[in-house]
Ligand binder design. Structure first.
Ligand code: AGP
Length: 609
């Protein structure tokens, strides 16, 4: 997620506040930074790829003296980390600068229109369209221009704008991506999160979706989507700086669990075009390419591997192409059946995992086309792939992966739907219907997150267990793997997932009185089988916590505890059914007093073998 800081107020204070605020936002992860200040004579803008220190070193000999300014740390989504792609973006006349967090979903059509009107783009970003829209529609009144631009852009955005004609104000506008206004004495602030301005003020208000704020040093006027002035409620923040970094959540992991609905929307929505089709601009696979592939490998480690195992089910179901899912550290030492007719899908949140990178290189040497799904633009894996599908989950700080997993699944659904369309195993009507259902899953997830009491209670019941079983069949068996991994890595409890039909072939010997068993059953065609498996383990004393469709009464009745999942199409259950497992793992670890975000023995990115 990008970081934004804006300031208006005391003479020559803009640069100091902005740099200090950007420093506070470094934890969010970024790959470039920049600043624009209205100095006495003109708008001055400097921006650099790399760490904030590059910008600070430059400014140490080139101080920007002004009382209005904006700053930005960029987490790349559209376009690699470069000076040109860094924010702020400025217009040719050099009198408007903007910073942006989020994704402008209709940027391609806006870019086309602007180019036809003579604008020359310098970056690969979606954000650059914003500054040229302001330039095109500026009518001496920055607020009116903002109203106009708001009507034109679609997507998630937090935008702050300055104009050299309006030397005593900045304008902030918000839709989905957060923006907070800070109130000071003869000075006011804006930031993407409170952390950036907490040292200057604890008196804040949050912009709501569709609102636009005109901020001067001694006034803040906010307009709603109907252009009516609105009174904003002020909040006094009593968080410590450390708490503010997590936006009030106790841990990054909990924050990232709650970010999943918006991250799924970000990964999905900007790739759905006006006709409701998926546009995978980042993937240049043609129909003839697809026809050439006679097998698909998915290769990854850890959570990314678990996502790949679900991806296998999704691709096979929708495209009828056989998929093999392999752990990278195994794949790279086999002699896999990979050749020029193979598509190898590499999955990696960090894009730097050593085993996964080596597996990519092996597949490439054998002639395979390489498609990677990764969360980090310009990462090693991204750079060595033929095609890259970026998940737009923003930086994932907690070692235990959550939002990267669900956005990887989102990527698999989109790839699988297009493969199915190309392979003619999906009718266009089914394709469009599935896209509609996929777009609804983020709302389902959001609803599930509104009440997590059940997971808290279950966590309290099982937190002192020495071993916990996770059961599932078919795709639920793969989701169960991810649930077990979450619990293992942050609560240090031995947890193992089993495909339920396999219990009677040995593992059931481990079940004894009180053994907690978490049984996941979301697939209608497997419920009866799962009920039998649950009865098997209950007969041996197990304490069964079921997770399944809210309408499945038979399943609920045989479980001692049951977490209901809203009734959605079986195909999309993996995207939402993992949530209870993530939450249970989180609450167990927190109840045990462990360092949830930095569990022992683990690293966020395993760049060594
Ligand atoms: C996830 O919770 C783990 N921390 C870990 O298994 C991780 O998924 C694995 O190391 C792969 O990382 P990557 O996705 O960055 O390649």
């Amino acid at each position: 997620m990008c970081g934004i800081v804006g300031y208006v107020g005391r003479a020559n204070k803009a640069q100091e506040v902005i740099l200090s605020g950007l420093e506070r936002l470094e934890y969010r992860g970024y790959d470039s930074s920049g600043i624009a200040v209205l100095t006495n004579s003109k708008l001055e803008c400097h921006k650099f790829k790399g760490k904030l220190s590059v910008l600070k070193d430059f400014l140490s000999n080139n101080t920007l003296n002004g009382n209005v300014g904006i700053g930005h740390t960029r987490w790349a989504t559209h376009g690699n980390p470069t000076n040109e792609n860094a924010h702020p973006h400025i217009n040719e006349k050099n009198n408007i600068a903007i910073v942006h967090n989020g994704i402008i979903e209709n940027y391609l059509e806006l870019k086309q229109m602007l180019i036809e009107n003579g604008y020359v783009f310098k970056s690969e970003t979606d954000s650059e369209v914003i500054v040229y829209l302001f330039d095109m529609y500026y009518d001496e009144n920055l607020l009116n221009t903002a109203f106009k631009v708001r009507e034109l852009i679609r997507g998630t955005y937090a935008i702050v704008i300055i104009h050299n004609d309006q030397k005593e104000e900045f304008i902030a506008m918000r839709n989905e991506a957060p923006l907070v206004i800070g109130y000071g004495e003869k000075e006011n602030f804006v930031a993407s999160d409170i952390t950036a301005i907490l040292e200057y003020t604890k008196d804040i208000s949050f912009l709501d979706n569709g609102e636009i704020a005109v901020v001067k040093k001694d006034s803040v006027v906010v307009y709603d989507k109907n252009k009516n002035m609105v009174e904003k409620e002020h909040t006094t923040i009593n968080w410590s700086l450390e708490q503010a970094t997590k936006c009030g959540y106790k841990h990054f992991m909990l924050k990232e669990i709650h970010e999943q609905p918006s991250d799924i929307r970000d990964t999905l929505n900007s790739r759905i075009d006006k006709s409701g089709l998926i546009k995978l601009d980042d993937i240049k696979l043609t129909e003839s390419d697809i026809k050439k592939f006679n097998k698909i490998y998915i290769v990854a480690c850890g959570t990314a591997f678990n996502a790949g195992c679900v991806g296998k089910y999704i691709i096979e179901k929708l495209s009828k192409i056989h998929v093999t899912c392999e752990i990278a550290s195994e794949f790279r030492y086999q002699d896999p059946f990979v050749d020029e007719n193979t598509l190898t899908i590499i999955v990696s949140q960090s894009g730097e995992t050593a085993d996964t990178l080596s597996a990519l290189r092996l597949a490439k040497r054998k002639g395979s086309r390489i498609l990677s799904i990764t969360n980090v633009v310009d990462s090693s894996i991204a750079r060595e792939s033929d095609d890259v599908f970026y998940t737009w989950a923003g930086p994932e700080i907690a070692v235990a992966s959550t939002k990267a997993y669900t956005t990887q699944l989102t990527a698999f659904y989109m790839i699988a739907l297009n493969l199915g369309l190309y392979n003619k195993t999906l009718s266009i009507n089914d394709y469009k219907q599935y896209i509609k259902l996929l777009m609804q899953t983020a709302d389902v997830l959001q609803n599930m997150l509104e009440n997590t009491d059940e997971e808290k209670q279950i966590a309290n019941e099982i937190k002192d267990s020495t071993s916990i079983f996770y059961l599932g069949r078919l795709v639920d068996g793969q989701t169960a793997k991810e649930m077990a991994l979450k619990l293992k890595e942050i609560s240090y409890i031995f947890a193992e997932s089993f495909v339920a039909g396999e219990l009677k072939h040995g593992p059931i010997a481990l079940i004894e009185k009180g053994t907690p068993v978490i049984a996941l059953s979301t697939q209608k065609n497997m419920v009866e089988k799962m009920i039998s498996n649950i009865q098997e383990v209950k007969a041996r004393g197990a304490y069964v916590i079921g997770i399944g469709n809210e309408h499945d009464k038979a399943l609920q009745d045989i479980c001692q505890k049951f977490i209901k999942i809203p009734n959605i199409d079986d195909l999309f259950m993996p995207l939402v059914s993992v949530l209870p497992g993530q939450l249970i793992a989180y609450y167990v670890s927190d109840l045990k007093g462990y360092d949830v975000d930095k569990p022992r023995n683990l690293a966020k990115s395993v760049t060594v073998e």
